[in-house]
Design a protein around this ligand. Structure first.
Ligand SMILES: [Zn+2]
Length: 93
């Protein structure tokens, strides 16, 4: 039997390790700029716990991880993205 081991990534906020499937990926794409769950370039992962994504320091942490400047609007888009992602993945539970 072949057992596929999950790809583990660290949440940039709580520093805990999770299966990549349970994290929201934020990528600074070379061409498109900041993207969620797709794109090529420097990436950061964040878990879906409210404590993490609503952390007041999250923007700073992301800027550091992605080595980029994030627009003030970013955090609004980010919160929408992660909450809709939560709804999607929590379906049926
Ligand atoms: Zn976390």
């Amino acid at each position: 039997m072949i057992q596929q081991s999950p790809v583990m990534r660290i949440c940039i906020s709580c520093r805990k390790t999770y299966d990549r499937k349970n994290l929201l990926k934020i990528t600074k794409d070379h061409k498109e700029g900041i993207m969620f769950q797709k794109g090529m370039g420097r990436s950061a992962y964040i878990c879906k716990s409210r404590k993490c994504y609503s952390d007041s320091k999250i923007k700073k942490k992301l800027q550091k991880a992605l080595k980029t400047f994030l627009e003030p609007e970013f955090i609004e888009i980010f919160e929408k993205e992660i909450t809709s992602y939560n709804v999607l993945t929590n379906k049926g539970i």
